[in-house]
Design a protein around this ligand. Structure first.
Ligand code: HEM
Length: 76
């Protein structure tokens, strides 16, 4: 399944809305490869629990995409 993943810029960054980025800048930058890589475990944990984003959970397919990205070595 990781074969259809090309990387952060193409597949992952566009999942984060401007409001997500703005709300989370206090902790990290969701539009930064380095920040999202560093905090990937905490991000995935929140996405799975469904308490982030604060205004409603992601659809399972979107969480699965983020999960595959972390499992495939976080390609840039
Ligand atoms: C996909 C989008 C988002 C992701 C992946 C995300 C992820 C996270 C993570 C990992 C934390 C823990 C940070 C830490 O402990 O240092 C956190 C905290 C927080 N986020 Fe988000 N966030 C997202 C969107 C939002 C939005 C839209 C809001 C709306 C205001 C928000 C508000 C907060 C607040 C207030 C906290 C601190 C309180 C807490 O730990 O629950 N986030 N978020």
């Amino acid at each position: 399944m990781a074969g259809d993943l090309t990387g952060f810029e193409t597949d992952i960054k566009p999942l984060f809305r401007e409001v997500d980025r703005r709300s989370m800048l206090r902790s990290f930058d969701l539009w930064s490869y380095d920040d999202v890589s560093r905090h990937a475990d905490a991000i995935l944990d929140r996405l799975r629990k469904g308490n982030m984003p604060c205004d409603g959970p992601w659809p399972p397919a979107q969480i699965g995409l983020f999960e595959r990205w972390t499992e495939s070595g976080k390609p840039q």
